[in-house]
Ligand binder design. Structure first.
Ligand code: GDP
Ligand code: MG
Length: 165
């Protein structure tokens, strides 16, 4: 059976775009509006002959007891992370650290699994790497610059991910 790599992060950071790039499909639903992927979706991926399952999730919203939809999204992300061998935690480098990112970080840190902190939407890493540093505050290790849209950073990332599977 294929090991599981879970993609977590708040809505709209580019998780589904990253899934499409890594799995080289377009079946993860990318949308401008928040929280479109309600459930976990599984995508077969292969890097240098190593197969794994990428699990896309709808994102993790902060706890709001009156918001059943947000709670179910968060539960899906937690369930995906719990079954994963490796976690890819995606944040938005064009926005910076948000409270929702901090909420995701707390969940991820508790799981104590190998985790990559991916600072996405750094479409021009040479110019934008300055925005990496503030993400150290999330306490989940070294932030890695990627652009899901253009593919920058994803090859080196996958080399490291599959070395842990
Ligand atoms: P998700 O909610 O985390 O799954 O985010 P999506 O993959 O649906 O992407 C949300 C929006 O961010 C879409 O408009 C994407 O085209 C855009 N996006 C995703 N990755 C990048 C990136 O690397 N650079 C830029 N500029 N936009 C991106
Ligand atoms: Mg999505």
């Amino acid at each position: 059976s294929r090991p599981i790599v879970a993609i977590v992060g708040r809505p709209n950071v580019g998780k589904s775009t990253l899934v499409n790039r890594i799995a080289q499909t377009s079946d993860a639903i990318v949308h401008q509006s928040r929280g479109v992927t309600r459930d976990r979706s599984y995508h077969v991926a292969d890097w240098n002959g190593r197969e794994f399952m990428l699990v896309d999730t709808g994102g993790i919203e902060p706890m709001k007891s009156d918001d059943v939809f947000a709670t179910s999204i968060r539960d899906q992300a937690l369930a995906a992370a719990e079954e994963a061998a490796v976690i890819l935690f995606v944040v938005d480098g064009s926005v910076g650290v948000t409270e929702e990112d901090e909420s995701v970080a707390r969940m991820v840190r508790k799981l104590k699994k190998p985790t990559f902190l991916l600072v996405n939407k750094l479409d021009n890493p040479a110019r934008e790497n300055d925005s990496l540093w503030e993400f150290y505050s999330l306490g989940v290790g070294d932030p890695v610059a990627v652009s899901a849209l253009h593919g920058h950073g994803t090859g080196d990332l996958l080399d490291e991910v599959v070395s842990l599977l």
